[in-house]
Design a protein around this ligand. Structure first.
Ligand SMILES: NC(=O)c1ccc[n+]([C@@H]2O[C@H](COP(=O)([O-])OP(=O)(O)OC[C@H]3O[C@@H](n4cnc5c(N)ncnc54)[C@H](O)[C@@H]3O)[C@@H](O)[C@H]2O)c1
Ligand SMILES: CC(C)(O)[C@@H](O)C(=O)O
Ligand SMILES: [Mg+2]
Ligand SMILES: [Mg+2]
Length: 350
């Protein structure tokens, strides 16, 4: 465990060099890891575990598109792919990767298979932190651990195939066996994490819900829409509005920010841009900060979790989400975006 100084604060980080894959394999050599759910995280984590040489099986509902996807990905019914209950029974480590609402619905079934000494693994602090709302209270004699990749399951798999790792948070809620730490770190390495940052379940879920509703998705979509609409209302064409709002950001500036930081980005634009962007970032911060404060307090009060549970527990939740997603997809901005993306040189022949 390394202590790393992040801008003046020291934090615990597990580096891959100090916990190599061979050690992780040794720790988990007698375990059967069952990945329950094959949505977004399920495929990334299970395939990475398999390719890393762990003993892993998948549990998924049979009559579902994702059962067929699991077969297409190489999982074999009756050997490495099972109905959820069968996988739960075989598991010594249960990676609970159903949707957060699905986890509530399946909890009574999962609980039956949590015999002493098993480990229950989450990729989100949701179920445990909001236990009054989810009813997820594991028995005292199992380990309860978390590895939350800080990104999409799609990136987790892609980066693994590129020989890279996606950073994850890890946490231990309950160490019943005395092995929880070795188990969680080994699983973190096994699913394809780069570095593993120490956290707890509550901090993971509060920051994750804030981030995805905030700058990672909700806020950035809102800011894109606001700037695009203002440019359009002032006579700019869709392509010009899109290029100046999204395309330049994702294609040119963000890769550089990813490499070097926004401070470097500022220092490497025109002095005209520097002057204006130095003047305007604080008004944008001041305009959005009250929204972030409201967002965080809604997360901390459990209201965001409740909204998500209420909505995603309905039988027709997928149809309703899809209808709202369609609205976004059909908006002029994202239709313009699709046309702009087609013009990228690498997409010319597609
Ligand atoms: N999506 C991501 O990239 C991501 C990133 C980090 C953490 N997480 C966390 O990982 C966990 C899994 O998320 P996900 O996005 O992969 O889930 P998902 O929404 O893709 O759903 C996963 C699976 O759950 C199944 N499912 C849903 N309801 C069910 C029910 N009632 N009974 C049985 N099966 C049901 C679905 O068929 C699907 O196969 C969640 O805790 C999530 O917060 C997700
Ligand atoms: C990929 C995200 C947004 O980071 C994850 O938190 C999720 O819930 O899908
Ligand atoms: Mg999330
Ligand atoms: Mg996240």
């Amino acid at each position: 465990m390394a202590k790393i100084n992040f801008g003046g604060t020291e934090e615990n980080v597990v580096m891959r060099e100090e916990f190599p894959l061979e050690k992780a394999r040794e720790v988990l050599k007698d375990e059967t890891i069952a990945v329950i759910g094959y949505g977004v995280q399920g495929p990334g984590q299970s395939l990475n575990l398999k390719d890393n040489g762990f003993n892993v099986i998948v549990g998924q509902r049979k009559e579902s598109k994702t059962w067929d996807k699991a077969i297409a990905d190489g999982w074999v019914p009756g050997e490495t792919l099972f109905e959820i209950e069968e996988a739960l029974e075989k598991a010594t480590i249960i990676q609970y990767l159903l949707s957060d609402a699905g986890q509530i619905q399946m909890w009574d079934t999962v609980k039956k298979y949590l015999t002493p000494g098993k480990a229950l693994y989450f990729s989100h602090g949701f179920g445990i932190t909001y236990k009054e709302r989810t009813g997820i209270v594991p028995p005292a004699d199992v380990d309860v651990i978390l590895v939350a990749p800080k990104g999409s399951g799609t990136s987790l798999r892609r980066m693994f195939l590129e020989g890279r790792g996606l950073n994850s948070s890890y946490a231990i809620f309950q160490d019943a066996t005395g092995k929880a730490k070795d188990r969680v770190i080994s699983l973190g390495i096994g699913v394809g994490s780069g570095y593993l940052f120490e956290t707890d379940f509550k901090r993971e879920v509060y920051s994750d819900l804030t981030g995805e509703r905030g700058t990672l998705m909700g806020c950035i979509q809102g800011i894109f829409a606001a700037q695009y609409e203002v440019l359009r209302a002032n006579g700019h064409t869709p392509s010009e509005a899109f290029n100046e709002t999204v395309e330049e950001l994702t294609q040119s500036l963000m890769p550089l920010v990813a490499e070097n930081g926004m401070d470097w980005m500022y220092a490497n634009t025109s002095t005209t841009a520097q002057r204006g962007a130095l003047d305007w970032w604080k008004p944008f911060r001041d305009a959005t900060k009250p929204v972030f404060e409201k967002l965080y307090s809604e997360v901390a009060a459990g209201n965001e979790a409740q909204r998500s549970i209420d909505s995603n527990s309905q039988a027709d939740y997928r149809v309703k989400l899809d209808a709202e997603l369609k609205e976004l997809n059909e908006s002029e901005m994202w239709q313009a975006g699709a046309a702009v993306r087609k013009l990228r040189p690498e997409n010319q022949d597609k």
